[in-house]
Design a protein around this ligand. Structure first.
Ligand code: G3H
Ligand code: 13P
Ligand code: ZN
Length: 325
């Protein structure tokens, strides 16, 4: 089957990025892999009038099932009835075939992550995806530089950060629509290994500024942008979990990144932590409970709160939903 995203009621991210760059806010790109997360993301974004990018990783695509996912998205766009613009994005696509499958299944954008390959191979793969995607008016995100944790040591540091002198060449050779860069964030709940009494290192704003100098109006994306909120890490640890020394990107660093031109922010771990924290707490406090609606329902309520908070206080996307269509 070959479905176009417009038939699912989705929008292209182009207009979202244009607005975000002009008004200096970031489009929230929230990952999800189940119904409660999806409902919470949409509810939180409707209540704050925020545009939203729904993100599915390659493993989440398999976990949910492509056909069921398409119907869930159709249900969501019918229910929301154009209150806010919604895009559906493949996060970290690792092959042409996967990107093609998502494009044909109604995604409005895909990421082809060729960052593990050589520069030349990354260009080759990205270009191939762009060629197919653009035939269907689907847009493509690519990545230059590799996201890694501080544990990868200073030796690897130089090669892992995005090299600003390469971005223009990469974009002109691939025709890609947005670019994920590496300026010190990493995926997951353990972003920085901090020595006692030492502060979390700053993101490399000098690299971001240099990139923006080369590409002033081009959409630049920040991955690994969860803040790993201590409140939820503590709830998990107090209720039988074991998530030690977790650290994230501070909200002030995220705001600074947005002020310096980041227009899409990827968040996954924070939503996972919130959900896990509430489920653990609810089950610990109510050992007799075995109705999933009770603990998943409470988790969904908390997710809505956190999404509203992020849209309003961190990404500043609140209030812009109705202005983009
Ligand atoms: O960037 C990666 C996301 O956090 C997805 O992770 O493959 O476990 O769904 P996942
Ligand atoms: P976090 O692990 O910081 O939430 O990053 C998510 C991400 O970048 C998804 O692409
Ligand atoms: Zn990512």
């Amino acid at each position: 089957m070959n479905i176009n995203y417009k038939n699912l009621g989705l929008v292209c991210t182009k207009e979202m990025f244009k607005k975000a760059i002009k008004e200096k806010f970031a489009i929230p790109a929230y990952n999800f892999s189940n119904m409660e997360q999806l409902q919470a993301i949409i509810q939180g974004c409707i209540e704050t009038d925020s545009p939203v990018i729904l993100q599915i990783s390659s493993s989440a695509y398999k976990y949910v099932n492509p056909i069921l996912l398409r119907h869930m998205i159709t249900g969501i766009t019918q229910m929301t009835n154009k209150k806010i613009p919604i895009a559906l994005h493949l996060d970290h696509g690792n092959s042409f075939e996967l990107c093609k499958s998502c494009i044909d299944n109604g995604f409005s954008s895909v990421m082809i992550d060729g960052s593990a390959y050589s520069y030349k191979e990354n260009i080759y793969l990205t270009k191939k995806v762009v060629k197919y995607a653009h035939l269907k008016n689907v847009v493509v995100e690519a990545e230059l530089g590799v996201l890694a944790g501080i544990e990868d040591t200073t030796k690897a540091e130089k090669n892992l950060y995005t090299q600003p002198e390469k971005v223009e060449d990469f974009i002109s050779k691939t025709g890609v629509d947005s670019l994920a860069i590496s300026i010190g964030t990493s995926h997951g709940a353990y972003k920085f290994k901090i020595k006692p009494n030492k502060k979390i290192p700053s993101l490399r704003f000098n690299i971001l500024k240099e990139i923006k100098k080369q590409l002033p109006n081009f959409p630049i994306v920040l991955h690994g942008a969860s803040s790993i909120l201590p409140k939820y890490v503590n709830i998990i640890n107090q209720n039988g979990g074991n998530i030690e020394s977790a650290t994230g990107v501070s909200e002030s660093q995220l705001r600074k990144a947005i002020q310096n031109g980041i227009c899409k922010i990827n968040i996954d771990s924070d939503l996972r932590l919130v959900m896990t924290a509430i489920i653990r707490k609810t089950l610990t406090e109510n050992p007799k409970e075995f109705d999933p609606r009770k603990y998943l329902g409470l988790a969904r309520e908390e997710l809505i709160k956190i999404i509203k908070y992020k849209n309003k206080k961190v990404l500043s996307s609140a209030g812009f939903g109705h202005t983009i269509f």
